[in-house]
Each structure stands twice: as structure tokens, then as C-alpha cells.
Design a binder for this molecule. Structure first.
Ligand SMILES: Cc1cc2nc3c(=O)[nH]c(=O)nc-3n(C[C@H](O)[C@H](O)[C@H](O)COP(=O)(O)OP(=O)(O)OC[C@H]3O[C@@H](n4cnc5c(N)ncnc54)[C@H](O)[C@@H]3O)c2cc1C
Length: 393
């Protein structure tokens, strides 16, 4: 048993941490208020190759794995970016880079990975539908074969980053849920050229007004006979469920890494305030009513970090990691939310001032309990797979 991070991950932590350290909370507040992508930070990540850590060297990446991506995301979030960091590492590095690296054909790798590594090609991921979020088996967006192409129609919701992305990793059904045996059969995952489909008038989108995570839009996406070449299928037609889990598990692990980093960030902001603020002549942090909840959150964050690294390590080793990914996501999202909530409490009335970053962190932390997979679904997974309890749905 060796709990030391590999040197590659230490270099990532220090390198990304140095970038994050250059941008203060004023910068992240501005990105949030202006609802804009943190382009300056993203460019620095791209220039340093920190976004393409998991892409093989032959395609311009660093040839590392999900562990290094998780450490990078945690470091960016903890170094100042908070919740904004998750989208920066999920959209293109994970949904595009990691998925194509593991499941792409040689031709797909050659076509997409160098562009991603160069920062010239970006991706997003679309599975959720208005009537199928937690129950992804029920998606109805369908792809039907038309010669050497597929025609895809349906509707997706909450798709983050579609306005920036060049390609969408799109989950469809090629066999309707009612006819699929087993129900996990009949999924096909595509790489869809967004700009081309937009130009042809077959793909449109509309951003959803939302409470937070403002550095990226999340949109309704309408697909009306989007024409996609058959060689843009990721993995095998009808057998996309295998690809899907290699998207969803890394998504949960990276969301956990973002939660750990964001939690550490807001915890430190709370502690700095608690060390300084002294309405009765001594710092409020000297009161155990303030200090103990913060200390408990520190313990929860340390535990969540351990499970996040373990889950990433398992994924990189090609081993099953479903329960670990879920437990990491559950514990990290909860610890991050507790941290934001206690930071809010620690700041008293100033928590409500938009001149402090706590209000933004509070609303961004809350959604992490619901996405990318909701807490209840994680608990249902653990109950079924780890406790052998009857399936509840
Ligand atoms: C800001 C944001 C960004 C997002 N980005 C993306 C993206 O880029 N791409 C994408 O595809 N999706 C994205 N999503 C969608 C997100 O993954 C889903 O919202 C999430 O999976 C939950 O699905 P739902 O909203 O349909 O909730 P539902 O499935 O309707 O669930 C509602 C509630 O009921 C609970 N529940 C449901 N079934 C059960 C059950 N059997 N037992 C107990 N409790 C249950 C759930 O846990 C949840 O609390 C995003 C969402 C948000 C808010």
C-alpha cells in the first residue's frame, strides 16, 4: 500500500496550482457576473498542456490518466476557481479527450485528439432529456441508419458548453427502450459536428436561465434529423452502454475532485474570516460552535479526497470502479456543500453580500448534490451493489 501521489500528479498539482494562484476571487466573481468562460485561465491550461494530460503523447497529450486530471481539477478548484473548474475539466478534457482515447477508433483518435490537445477543438456531452435524467435508460433521442449515415432526432436538456463546443458526445437509442433486451442494449454514442448541424439547420439550442455555475451556459438542445456519418459512432452501434459507463464514472470522479477542491477553498475562506472577525474581542474561530463544524468538514474532505484518488486509480487500471466513483461523488459533493453552508454561517450577515465570494460558492456548491448524478441515485446504487438490498426502482 502506497499513499504517495505519483510524481506526475505532484507536478500537475503544483503546475495547475501556480496558474490558479494568479487569479483572485475578483476574477472569478467577474466571470460569474459577466456569465463568461474563464478564457484567460483556459488558455493558460491549454498552453501548459494541463488540459490534455490524459491524451496519449503520440496525439500531443501527456500520456497520463484520470488520476492526473482529477488532481489538476482539484488544484484548479482549490486554488481559486471553485465550481467553475469542474466544467473546465469535464467538457473537453474528459468528455472528449478521455472518451475518445479509450473508445475511439484509430481514425477518430487521429482526427480529434491532436485538435483537443492543441486547444483548437472542444466538446460537450449530451445524455439528459426532459423525461430522462436519473433514468437514463429511458432516453428517446433516436438514431436511424440512412445509408452510410445516421439521422438523429430528439431533445436534450441541460447540455453544458454546447455554445462553445465543436463536437458533442451524444447518447442516443438505436433500439427503443421498450424493445431493448436487456434494457441496457440499443444505445449508440456519436460524435456530432455541432457547427455543421447548426449550419444545416438540424441542431438548435436555447440556454436555460439558471441559479449559478455561470461560467458556462446549460441549454436545451433540439435535434431534427441531424445527419451524422456512420464512422462517427464511438464504440459499437447498439453497444454504447459500455462507452457510457466510461463517461459517467470519470464524470463522477472528476465531479468529486472538483468538490474536494471547491470545499477546501471555501473552507479556507471561512477559516480566514473566523481567524480575523472578533465582534466580542476575540476571533469567532475560538468558539467551538464555529470551529468544530469547520474541523469536521476538513475530516470529510480528506476522506472524500482519498476515495476520489482511489476511484481514479481504479479507472486508470481498467478495474471496476462504479461503487468507488459513486462514493467519491457522494462524499465530496456533501462535504463541499457542508463547507459552503458553514462558510455562509461563519460569515454572518456578510455571507449575503455579493462583495464576498461566499454567496456564489454557496449556490454553486448546492447543485453538486444533484448533478451529475443525484444523491438519492448514488445511495440506491450503494444499497443495491454494496449491501445487496432489493433494487428500489
Ligand atoms: C447546471 C447543470 C448542468 C448540467 N450539465 C449537463 C450536461 O452537460 N450534460 C447532460 O447530459 N446533463 C447535464 N445536466 C443534467 C443532470 O445530469 C441531471 O439534471 C441529473 O442527472 C438529474 O436528473 P433530473 O434533473 O432529470 O432529475 P430526476 O431524475 O427527475 O430526479 C429528481 C429527483 O428525484 C430523485 N429520484 C429520482 N428517481 C428516484 C428513485 N428511484 N429513488 C429515489 N430518488 C429518486 C432524484 O435523486 C432527484 O433528487 C446538468 C444539470 C444542471 C443542473
Amino acid at each position: 500500500m502506497d499513499f504517495d501521489l505519483p510524481e506526475s500528479a505532484i507536478a500537475v498539482r503544483d503546475g495547475v496550482g501556480a496558474i490558479a494562484g494568479k487569479y483572485g476571487q475578483d476574477y472569478w466573481d467577474r466571470c460569474d457576473t459577466e456569465k463568461r468562460w474563464p478564457e484567460e485561465v483556459w488558455r493558460e491550461l491549454v498552453d501548459g498542456g494541463w488540459h490534455s494530460l490524459a491524451i496519449p503523447e503520440e496525439y500531443g497529450g501527456a500520456g497520463q490518466g484520470l488520476l492526473e486530471l482529477a488532481v489538476a481539477l482539484e488544484s484548479l478548484a482549490g486554488g481559486g476557481a471553485g465550481g467553475a473548474a469542474s466544467f473546465m475539466y469535464l467538457l473537453t478534457p474528459a468528455f472528449g479527450g478521455l472518451t475518445i482515447t479509450r473508445h475511439g477508433t484509430e481514425a477518430q483518435k487521429a482526427e480529434f485528439l491532436p485538435g483537443i490537445a492543441a486547444g483548437e477543438l472542444e466538446t460537450c456531452f449530451a445524455i439528459t432529456e426532459p423525461d430522462a435524467g436519473s433514468n437514463a435508460l429511458n432516453i428517446t433521442t433516436h438514431a436511424r441508419r440512412d445509408g452510410d449515415h445516421y439521422l438523429i432526432s430528439g431533445q436534450k436538456i441541460w447540455i453544458s458548453g454546447v455554445e462553445r463546443a465543436d463536437h458533442m458526445v451524444l447518447v442516443t437509442r438505436t433500439i427503443p427502450a421498450a424493445e431493448a433486451k436487456p434494457r441496457t442494449a440499443g444505445f449508440t454514442v456519436f460524435l456530432v459536428d455541432i457547427k455543421k448541424a447548426e449550419a444545416e439547420g438540424t441542431l438548435t439550442y436555447r440556454p436555460i436561465p439558471k441559479l449559478g455555475t455561470n461560467t458556462v451556459a446549460s441549454s436545451m438542445v433540439f435535434l431534427d434529423d441531424v445527419r451524422v456519418p456512420a464512422d462517427r459512432v464511438l464504440g459499437e452501434p447498439d453497444l454504447g452502454f459500455a462507452v457510457l459507463w466510461d463517461i459517467l464514472n470519470p464524470e463522477r470522479i472528476l465531479a468529486a475532485a472538483g468538490g474536494v477542491g471547491s470545499g477546501e477553498l471555501v473552507l479556507e475562506i471561512a477559516c480566514a474570516y473566523a481567524r480575523d472577525r472578533a465582534p466580542f474581542g476575540k476571533p469567532i474561530g475560538a468558539n467551538q460552535g464555529i470551529a468544530f463544524p469547520l474541523a469536521k468538514i476538513k475530516a470529510q474532505l480528506e476522506l472524500a479526497r482519498l476515495m476520489t484518488y482511489k476511484a481514479a486509480w481504479l479507472w486508470d487500471a481498467g478495474k471496476p470502479c462504479g461503487s468507488e466513483a459513486n462514493i467519491a461523488k457522494l462524499t465530496a459533493a456533501d462535504a463541499a456543500w457542508q463547507a459552503a453552508d458553514r462558510a455562509f454561517q461563519t460569515h454572518g450577515g456578510m455571507a449575503y453580500s455579493l462583495e464576498y465570494p461566499v454567496a456564489r460558492m454557496f449556490r454553486d456548491a448546492r447543485i453538486a448534490k444533484n448533478i451529475p448524478v443525484a444523491e438519492e441515485m448514488v445511495l440506491a446504487h450503494i444499497a443495491q451493489h454494496e449491501l445487496n438490498l432489493p433494487r428500489s426502482y
